[in-house]
Design a protein around this ligand. Structure first.
Ligand SMILES: [Zn+2]
Length: 100
């Protein structure tokens, strides 16, 4: 294997690794790789559908910052700005008294 072939293979591996992380490409090389990767992670969270805390279907879409709407059970609720908070576990009254 000669030198240019190794170099091309190296580039192919790098492209493969970069493509995996859902990198935001609209900024080009600006703002640094880490910042773009972090943004990509957050954007994929609020642009995609989330799990509904009421009916457990993956059908919750973001209307505005902190306002979410489930298309399955038609519930509108507030949660975190960029993601849906996990619902708190349902506790019985005897469990609540046991903690105190
Ligand atoms: Zn729902």
């Amino acid at each position: 294997m000669n030198q240019p072939t190794i170099f091309i293979r190296h580039i192919q591996i790098l492209h493969h690794l970069m493509a995996k992380k859902g990198v935001v490409t609209r900024f080009g090389p600006r703002y640094g790789r880490t910042t773009r990767e972090q943004l990509g992670k957050v954007e994929s969270q609020y642009k995609g559908k989330q799990k509904c805390p009421h009916c457990s279907y993956t059908a919750v879409k973001r209307l505005a910052a902190g306002i979410w709407h489930c298309t399955k059970c038609d519930t509108k609720f507030t949660s975190r700005a960029y993601g849906v908070r996990k619902p708190l576990p349902i506790r019985s009254k005897t469990e609540e008294h046991a903690d105190v």
